[in-house]
Design a protein. Structure first.
Ligand code: FAD
Ligand code: MLT
Ligand code: ZN
Length: 473
């Protein structure tokens, strides 16, 4: 094997091309370009080669060659990640986009086995075509892929009822850093045969190996969804409304999202074909979705819980969606916030969670803190209030250099927000992960014993530290 890097790289690429064929390897800058920056355009990277395996065996061959030549690896799915994990920093970039086959759908076992490159909307369609529901849903669902969703343990808007990606995975197949294939595609609800290794890969952000396929849970499709848009005066009222909705419906609440007025205004400004379902000067809106097994009585349930909430002074006003088009409109408003915010400019993003009982306190104190540390900022705090997960984004004051603010200047704001989160027993990453963005902070926020255990797992599976170096640990 050649010694100098240039010769070693071209020998490596030659052997890769021999093993995977020309379709599986690219050094074309135009093809590589969209893979080496993130969706917000905040981070830019580089790679010597883009590898596009079409099968697990090809992933294994590529990983074996990376090990033999000592190259680090960056796996990539839809590249919609929010924490600078999927942008390569000189590593060999392995895209899973050609691994998009359906391996099996077993409706009697409520399970389907998909390859890592299947896009989330396609996974939802496959479930639907088989009369079932795959409930994971999030704004990037048109690009995010099963392998990336597993590797970040994605959350989204159905967690309240169906859980995070971790709760939706029965088994996985992965390729280890040395090229060995682990077939853990079990489709069992019960399996107590030692350590449950799939959970190591779920949320590992590609630091332990490459997820190549997964067996996922399917659910019964609800007969009807009732969707409402409610006006509330404060996050505290939103949390009260959640309790009312849960109590009234016995677990039928599948979506419960909070939207501040500023986010609404940005959506109407930047996203075509959106309009306010219920104009009001109040500061907050809540999107409530109930999923029910029977049409009969469904509308009455939503009406009753909203009347109760209005009577108790929890909700100021509300409207129930009358058509599929109206439902699609309120979800479009909610799911477009990230895109509208991007169009507005750069922002310091905090993907935090606290116990639901402390969400209101966090949002109030967080806004005060941010304004005290950086006077003139705007706060866009929105999202999964039903899970205690708020996207607490801080927009720099007008006239301030946005890059400097989201770079160094804003660090004090982020530290203050995360200190508050720590004091409320919360998490500094509820659903987006750690990536490179929060790696340093993780090391001092977690206890030494927890960091030691994580490093021991990493060392055991990736002793040379070649999988996604610089991410998470
Ligand atoms: P990528 O971005 O390609 O990769 C993410 C990480 O996983 C990287 O570290 C990468 O190296 C690793 N990885 C990718 N594929 C594999 C694999 N096969 N094996 C091993 N490692 C791998 N996230 C939420 O949780 N909830 C939301 O509501 C949500 N909304 C979003 C809305 C928008 C508009 C956008 C742009 C993003 C949103 N996200 C959300 C973030 C993002 O969509 C998720 O993190 C998603 O899971 C990333 O999937 P991906 O396929 O794009 O992965
Ligand atoms: C969302 O819930 O819309 C996302 O996680 C995106 C974001 O945090 O901006
Ligand atoms: Zn989110």
């Amino acid at each position: 094997m050649a010694d100098d890097l240039g010769t070693r790289t071209s020998e490596f690429i030659g052997r890769l091309t021999g093993a995977l064929g020309p379709k599986g390897v690219s050094t074309d800058p135009a093809e590589i370009e969209p893979h080496i920056s993130d969706w917000r355009g905040r981070w830019k990277g580089s790679t010597p080669v883009l590898v596009k395996p079409a099968t697990t065996e090809e992933v294994s061959k590529a990983m074996t060659l990376c090990a033999a030549y000592g190259f680090a690896v960056n796996p990539q799915g839809g590249n919609s990640g929010m924490v600078n994990g999927s942008v390569p920093q000189g590593e060999v970039l392995i895209s899973l986009k050609r691994m998009n086959k359906v391996r099996e759908v077993d409706t009697l076992n409520d399970a389907m086995t998909l390859e890592a490159g299947v896009i989330l909307t396609r996974a939802q369609e496959i479930a639907d075509e088989n009369g079932k529901l795959f409930p994971l849903s999030l704004g990037a669902q048109g690009v995010a892929m099963i392998g990336g969703l597993i590797s970040t343990n994605a959350g989204g808007v159905g967690v309240l009822r169906y859980g995070m990606m971790r709760d939706l995975v029965l088994g996985i197949e992965a390729v280890l850093p040395d090229g060995r294939i682990w077939n853990g595609l079990r489709a069992l609800r019960k399996d107590n045969t030692g350590y449950d290794l799939k959970h190591l890969f779920i949320g590992a952000e590609g630091t332990l190996g490459i997820v190549t396929a997964a067996t996922l849970k399917l659910f019964a499709k609800p007969a009807v969804k009732e969707t409402a848009w409610a006006v509330v005066d404060s996050p505290a009222k939103a949390v009260e409304l959640l309790q009312i909705a849960k109590t009234a419906t016995g677990g039928a609440v599948t979506g419960f999202e909070i939207v501040p007025k500023l986010a609404l205004e940005l959506v109407f400004k930047h996203i075509p074909d959106t309009r306010d379902p219920l104009p009001s000067t109040a500061a907050w809106r809540v999107l409530i979705e109930l999923s029910l097994p029977r049409e009969e009585g469904a509308r009455g349930l939503m009406e009753a819980l909203l009347s109760d909430a209005i009577e108790k002074g929890v909700v100021a006003d509300a409207t129930i969606c009358e058509s599929e088009a109206q439902k699609a409109m309120v979800w479009k408003i909610r799911e477009s916030i990230a895109v509208a915010e991007r169009a507005h400019g750069k922002a310091l993003k905090h993907d935090v969670s606290v116990p639901v009982s402390r969400v209101a306190e966090f949002m109030e104190r967080g806004a005060e803190l941010a304004r005290a540390v950086a006077p003139g900022v705007d706060i866009i705090a929105f999202g999964h209030v039903g899970d205690g997960n708020i996207h607490f984004n801080v927009v720099p004051p007008a006239g301030v250099d946005q890059d400097a603010f989201v770079g160094k200047e804003g660090l004090k704001v982020s530290e203050a927000i995360h200190d508050l989160i720590a004091s409320l027993n919360g998490s500094i990453s509820a659903e987006h992960g750690i990536g490179r963005l929060k790696r340093d902070e993780l090391a001092w926020r977690k206890s030494p014993v927890e960091m030691d255990m994580m490093r021991a797992v990493k060392k055991a599976l990736d002793p040379d530290g070649r999988m996604n170096p610089g991410r998470v640990l």
